[in-house]
Write a protein that binds this ligand. Structure first.
Ligand code: HEM
Length: 453
């Protein structure tokens, strides 16, 4: 009666790696796009109604904040930064970050090439018995790229291989934080000692960069490139403040893009038809063999862009999100006998939205919503490709829309094109369907096991 059954259901589905699907089925079972459910005496509202999401993220933005539970889960490792701040502090974090994401910075793909080349080299040396799991390599790649892009110095973990401790500590602590975000404060007890060790390691790791940058600043020297770290040391000399902002943005830059790449390559290996069409598009746009793609080349590949849109639709790397009401308010839909009237929301109410379930809603995407069909995004002769508006939000939307969207898509497109150029044959080494592994982001539990020749 206190909603323990709901907790057990969540724990059971989570253990079976079916939480997203179970949640999606609940909407279908209840024949509703918005419902409330009790969990350990607390009632949460669940919604997949685009108008409600639009109200929380944009039209009534001021009436909503990040959920307290996110702050509880993130704070020990990430401190105060863009993913935990609201109000003026959030605005300040966002303003500081913005210059790092201008067109000139993102369009400079030379830096990407060095990391893509390291990836290709690692694949060639590590592929044993014609099989490799790209998951681990993609996480190293995005760590290396994000550290170089944001801190001015790459971890180069693709070159260091197993000696790199950063990725292991990051991965472990993400699992712990994901657990707390999903099941609440009880989760703080799960794997606590290990988490504390990983947290200390990561703080010391980032502090090293911070101290070096502060020393450079004191000597009046500048890094050769203007980075986010340089921006931060001009604003403050407080190590904890700088470390927190950096860890927040490393989280944003690392796990998301690596999860996207892993999901894509798991599916590509199982879908030779998609790979063949991608190869055709690349060959006709980059005719000279071995031509490295430029930023403009990547923009001119509509099928590649449709593949990314479709992967982020079916496998959104941030599949669940939530907001908490800061005042009593309403959501546009979910009330009345037909669910089409506004619904009252009391101050403090948590509202959870499932991007995963929204992106598979047959009312928006049609009866084949569960099918991976990139063509649905392409303009035809008489038909426009999909424009689902607020029903499709892989990067969120409104004032807190992902700042790294263009950077992530450029990075993932560049790497995908380079791998297809480099390896003429892609074969699956795993026939299992995509299965959720939920940390703070979501990735295929079985990675991306492929053979590349
Ligand atoms: C496939 C890759 C990515 C996806 C799907 C993605 C998705 C998202 C989502 C859903 C949010 C909203 C979180 C929330 O408000 O609750 C977000 C926020 C954010 N993302 Fe991304 N992201 C990706 C890559 C990146 C990258 C590479 C960076 C930067 C290096 C980045 C930087 C940010 C930042 C700074 C925010 C916070 C914005 C704010 O609160 O104002 N993201 N992202």
């Amino acid at each position: 009666m206190f909603g323990f059954s709901a907790l057990f259901e969540v724990l059971g589905a989570s253990k079976a790696h079916r939480l997203l699907e179970a949640n999606q089925q609940r909407f279908a079972k209840m024949n509703a796009k918005t419902f409330s459910m009790s969990n350990m005496g607390k009632t949460s509202i669940y919604t997949i109604e685009p108008e409600n999401v639009k109200a929380m993220l944009a039209t009534h933005f001021q009436s909503w904040s990040l959920p307290e539970l996110r702050k509880t889960a993130f704070y020990p490792l990430f401190g105060h930064g863009i993913f935990t701040n609201d109000g003026a502090a959030w605005k300040h974090s966002r303003e500081m970050l913005k210059p790092s994401f201008n067109r000139n910075e993102i369009g400079n793909v030379d830096m990407l090439e060095r990391h893509a080349a390291n990836l290709i080299r690692a694949i060639r040396t590590q592929q044993h018995q014609d099989s490799i799991d790209l998951h681990d390599l993609f996480f190293r790649l995005t760590t290396d790229f994000a550290t170089e892009y944001l801190l001015g110095e790459a971890t180069d973990s693709l070159e260091k291989g197993a000696e790199d401790g950063f990725n292991e500590a990051f991965e472990g602590s993400m699992k712990h934080i994901g657990e707390v975000s999903r099941i609440g404060r009880l989760g703080l007890l799960i794997g606590r000692n290990k988490f504390l060790q990983q947290k200390s390691y990561l703080h010391a790791f980032v502090d090293r960069y911070v101290v070096q940058a502060l020393e450079r600043q004191q000597r009046g020297e500048k890094h050769t490139r203007h980075t986010f770290l340089e921006e931060l040391v001009q604003q403050t000399s407080d190590v904890v403040t700088i470390r927190s902002e950096l860890l927040n943005i490393l989280l944003a830059g690392r796990d998301t893009t690596a999860s996207l790449l892993t999901n894509i390559w798991h599916i590509l290996a199982q879908r030779p038809d998609i790979v063949a069409r991608l190869r055709e598009e690349i060959a006709s746009n980059l005719p000279a063999e071995g031509t490295l793609p430029t930023f403009e080349d990547l923009k001119g590949l509509p099928y590649l862009s449709a593949v990314f849109k479709e992967m982020l639709r079916l496998y959104p790397v941030v599949p669940l999100n939530s907001r908490q009401a800061t005042v009593s308010t309403t959501l546009p839909k979910g009330g009345g006998s037909d669910g089409l009237e506004p619904v009252f929301i009391g101050k403090g109410q948590l509202v959870i939205y499932s991007t995963y379930a929204m992106h598979r809603d047959v009312d928006v995407f049609g009866d084949d919503a569960d099918v991976c069909r990139p063509e649905r995004w392409l303009d035809g002769d008489d038909e426009k490709g999909l424009r689902p508006g607020w029903a499709y939000i892989p990067f969120n939307a409104g004032p807190r829309i992902c700042l790294g969207q263009q950077l992530a898509l450029t990075e993932a497109s560049y790497v995908t094109v380079r791998l297809l150029q480099e390896f003429g044959s892609v074969e699956p080494r795993d026939d299992k369907p995509w299965t959720e592994s939920l940390g703070l982001t979501c990735v295929n539990k079985f990675g991306a096991k492929v053979a590349l020749f």
